[in-house]
Write a protein that binds this ligand. Structure first.
Ligand SMILES: CC(C)(COP(=O)([O-])OP(=O)([O-])OC[C@H]1O[C@@H](n2cnc3c(N)ncnc32)[C@H](O)[C@@H]1OP(=O)([O-])[O-])[C@@H](O)C(=O)NCCC(=O)NCCSC(=O)C[C@@](C)(O)CC(=O)[O-]
Ligand SMILES: NC(=O)C1=CN([C@@H]2O[C@H](COP(=O)(O)OP(=O)(O)OC[C@H]3O[C@@H](n4cnc5c(N)ncnc54)[C@H](OP(=O)(O)O)[C@@H]3O)[C@@H](O)[C@H]2O)C=CC1
Length: 812
């Protein structure tokens, strides 16, 4: 079915003129069809009371009010989509459909104008603009004319079958009303059926053709300008696809209803004709005309008019005076479609919380007129006297454009962090010409106070990364649930299986050394001086003086040793210090700088070239970290029973040991690896680093690891496994660990912040957890490789989405 509708949509979009002319001609023909008009029945004087009974008036008033409210609701929904093109196209759709509808009703049902009014309200109630808007959205995601046609065709293939079935069902359901035998109800049902059919016909013919034509004309006349319409490229096609179960139900319903119609119209025709005659006769012979009846009619009509009038006026007043247009616009500009969507689904409690949050932000943001931008002189004057917070967003951007305000100082200038971020986004959107890119980039409801001056500059939002959990991990007799943040499907599944494998035996861990490093480079006139300084530093009394200087810069950083290497007249010093619970790079830099200045007092000819001479070595692969260690040096071991190796890991000790030797030892040696004698330590390290706010660039040395596997026990059926990681650069205070979500993950592990009783205990514990999780991950991946499971499992967890997607594409 989808394919047929796709071809059909493609035809409409590629032959717009033909389709439009055909539809207009047909409508004109319908209008000019000569119908033999029966002379209107004489008004039956006494019928007034019958015809305009209070019930009828109330029902019709409710229907009219509903129609108005529904139309207003549809209009608001379209407005939220944020594209004036969609609004315009939907408007065109309504205008043309109502024209066709009116002419059809007038010409075929031969009703008078009073009835037409009712008919039009029915039309409004039954028109579904969301589908028209969705088709327009499909078209607007196109970037070329050819693409417009194919996008419309795609839209038709997705929407066509659903709309067709819906139309059939609706017509049949409403059509039941035409069998009721009650004249008024029958008439209204005819109106409703006709509304549904006209909507369908226009949607299937005139609308796609017109859509294609309008977008083509807009493109030719460069109507978009440089800006593309704000429509997410990721139109949620999935949401538009019909639920097959619901489709089946509708199909069954329509078959049943068709049977009802056939039966009622063919077999009961005579009966109904008779009853109709009788009804008409009765109707004509009804009560006499009376002044009272006439007044009743007038009164009833006036009352319902008044109700509708009040409703319309209320909606207009509400829209004009009480709805903050800017707020709406901002919602359109700022919120990605999925956020808007999510907002619909949030529970009451969540919505109350969000409201509170929004209020807090809004309270801070003063309401500023964004429509009238003052000139530069005025803005500068206000900026200098009262600050940028008194300026509108556009005015702030004007100051940035004219170089009176650096964009990176926005938050300070407007004295509101979220507003600063918002304005920077607007600025970058227009500079980088990438409006639509920002639709899916969130920035709201984030605690920027923790970011500014600590974690990030020039902020334009935040990147949500999925967070999973592996565990329980039994480490040193305690259970841990490990938060891991990754986009690699299958990784957490693997770590989880590893945790499961060591659940009974548990993992044992030890910290073998602790010391962050900073390695400056200094230069002398000759090799003599360079080696003299080396010897000077080795003397304990000199080291103690240097240490005193170093240690004075922090309450926690404590210099433990300085190693040095001479290269010609260059001297490389490696300052090693414990840094409590912090990862310690800032602390090391601060202490090293002071210590170097102290040494320079004794060797004034010493030229300090750089505080970091790459002998640290920070964020670069280097043997020094592997050999001497950096940060926390950790070792973990576990003895997994043969049963578990076969039941959980689906492998055997012998196979795993053999693979570990060939892959992690010989393979890595052949590759010339330094510290890479493992299968995927970096995977686990990075996922935990991102979740717990570590410096992600430090995954380089932190992932250094050697995994050793040996047969264990009397018959060698059990598996001994150990992971040695000499350079885990990690902390529980400072850097990204202070961010709310990241510190929540540290909390999960019971290691958030500084350890007051024993500084350094938290960061050491976190390092143990990382190493133990690496061990679990190693077991699982090695087993998957040994059993040839790798590709299968990754296709399952890494590719399920795209596989499904491509299957769907192939089907349609
Ligand atoms: C911080 C600066 C840039 C100041 O540098 P500065 O020259 O004092 O700054 P300025 O105020 O004179 O401004 C100069 C320009 O810098 C930019 N700028 C200035 N401030 C900001 C700001 N707040 N936000 C955004 N941009 C800023 C901006 O472009 C500005 O131009 P303008 O627009 O004003 O004409 C400079 O001192 C610097 O680059 N420092 C180095 C910091 C760095 O690279 N850190 C990386 C981490 S270190 C590490 O992780 C690895 C390590 C070190 O261990 C590796 C190793 O072993 O070597
Ligand atoms: N500067 C550089 O060269 C590099 C910097 N970085 C960045 O440095 C940041 C991390 O630096 P780092 O030094 O770890 O953190 P911080 O710069 O945040 O320093 C830690 C702070 O916490 C205080 N503190 C309180 N309680 C404790 C405790 N129990 N243990 C340790 N410190 C405690 C320290 O006090 P006190 O002041 O007394 O020491 C210090 O002020 C990260 O953002 C990282 O990305 C990364 C690489 C290189």
């Amino acid at each position: 079915m989808s394919r047929v509708f796709r071809l059909y949509g493609s035809f409409c979009a590629t032959h717009p003129w033909e389709v439009i002319v055909a539809v207009v001609t047909l409508t004109t023909c319908l209008l000019t069809v000569d119908q033999k008009k029966e002379p209107p029945a004489q008004p039956c004087p006494g019928c007034f009371e019958e015809q305009f009974k209070a019930v009828d008036v109330i029902v019709m008033t409710v229907i009219r009010c509903l129609a108005i409210l529904y139309s207003s609701h549809q209009f608001r929904n379209l407005q939220k989509l944020g594209s004036k093109y969609i609004l315009g196209l939907a408007g065109l759709f309504i205008v043309f459909s109502s024209f066709v509808f009116t002419s059809t009703v007038l010409n075929f049902l031969q009703i008078d104008l009073v009835d037409l009014k009712d008919a039009l309200f029915f039309f409004l109630l039954l028109i579904d603009l969301s589908k028209a808007a969705t088709l327009a959205q499909f078209a607007l995601t196109a970037s070329s004319q050819e693409e417009i046609s194919s996008k419309i065709a795609r839209g038709m293939s997705v929407l066509g079958p659903t709309i067709t079935l819906d139309t059939v069902v609706e017509t049949l359901v409403i059509g039941v009303g035409t069998l009721s035998g009650v004249h008024r109800l029958e008439m209204l049902s005819y109106f409703a059926c006709l509304s549904v059919l006209v909507n369908y016909v226009i949607f299937m013919t005139f609308y796609p053709a017109c859509l294609s034509l309008m977008l083509e004309l807009a493109r030719i006349s460069n109507f978009y300008g440089e800006k593309q319409p704000i429509v997410s490229k990721m139109l949620l096609e999935e949401n538009e696809k019909a639920n097959p179960a619901v489709q089946r139900v509708k199909l069954i319903m329509s078959i049943g209803l068709t049977a009802v119609h056939v039966h009622s119209r063919w077999f009961v025709k005579d009966e109904s004709t008779d009853s109709e005659i009788i009804t008409n006769t009765d109707h004509q012979n009804c009560a006499e005309d009376s002044v009272y009846g006439y007044l009743m009619k007038q009164f009833a009509l006036s009352a319902d008019h008044i109700v509708i009038l009040i409703l319309v006026v209320t909606l207009i007043i509400k829209f004009i005076f009480f709805e903050n247009d800017d707020h709406l616009k901002q919602a359109i500009d700022d919120e990605p479609p999925h956020v808007l969507k999510r907002q619909k689904c949030i529970t009451k409690a969540e919505s109350i919380n969000e409201e509170k949050e929004v209020q807090t932000n809004d309270e801070e943001i003063e309401s500023l007129d964004e429509t009238n931008t003052r000139n530069l002189e005025e803005c500068l004057q206000i900026y200098r006297s009262d600050g940028a917070s008194k300026l509108s967003d556009k005015e702030v951007i004007l100051l940035i454009d004219t170089k009176h305000l650096p964009a990176y100082n926005l938050e300070k200038a407007v004295k509101n962090q979220e507003r600063g971020v918002k304005i920077r986004r607007q600025l970058i959107q227009s500079l980088a010409k990438c409006e639509s890119a920002f639709l899916n980039l969130p920035y709201k409801h984030y605690d920027y106070s923790k970011v500014m001056g600590a974690c990030c500059e020039n902020v334009i939002g935040y990147i949500p990364v999925p967070l999973g959990v592996a565990g329980p991990l039994v480490l040193d007799g305690k259970q841990y649930y490990i938060p891991m943040s990754t986009t690699e499907g299958c990784l957490i599944a693997s770590a989880n299986r590893g945790c499961r494998a060591v659940e009974h035996c548990g993992i044992k861990s030890r910290i073998v050394s602790d010391g962050m490093t900073r390695g400056p480079v200094v230069r002398f006139n000759s090799i003599t001086k360079a080696s003299e300084v080396t010897l000077w530093l080795e003397k304990p009394e000199n080291f103690l003086k240097v240490k005193e200087n170093f240690d004075s810069t922090s309450r926690f950083a404590r210099l433990s040793r300085i190693t040095s290497r001479v290269a010609g007249r260059y001297l490389f010093l490696r300052f090693v210090a414990e840094t409590g619970d912090a990862m310690g790079m800032n602390m090391l830099s601060k202490g090293t700088e002071k210590a170097l200045f102290f040494v320079q007092r004794f060797f004034p000819e010493m030229e300090i070239l750089s505080l970091s001479g790459n002998y640290c070595a920070d964020k670069k692969p280097a043997a020094v970290n592997w050999v001497e260690g950096r940060g926390k040096s950790v070792v973990c071991e576990a003895i997994v029973s043969g049963d578990v190796v076969s039941s959980v890991l689906k492998s055997s000790t012998q196979v795993l040991v053999d693979l570990n030797t060939s892959k992690n030892m010989i393979g890595s040696a052949m590759a010339g690896s330094i510290g890479g004698f493992n299968a995927h330590a970096a995977n686990i390290v990075t996922a935990i680093f991102i979740a717990t706010g570590q410096d992600p660039a430090q995954n380089i040395a932190s992932s250094n690891c050697i995994t050793i596997m040996e047969p264990w026990g009397d018959n060698g059926q059990d598996l001994y496994v150990s992971c040695t990681m000499p350079s885990i650069e990690i902390g529980t205070i400072g850097g990204g660990t202070i961010l709310p979500a990241q510190s929540a993950c540290l909390d999960m592990l019971g290691v958030r912040g500084p350890n007051e009783e024993s500084p350094g205990a938290n960061s050491k514990q976190l390092a143990r957890i990382v190493c133990a999780t690496v061990l679990a991950g190693e077991l699982s991946l090695m087993a998957a490789l040994a059993t040839g499971q790798l590709v299968k499992s990754h296709l399952k967890y890494n590719r399920s989405y795209s596989e499904k997607d491509s299957q769907d594409c192939c089907k349609t």
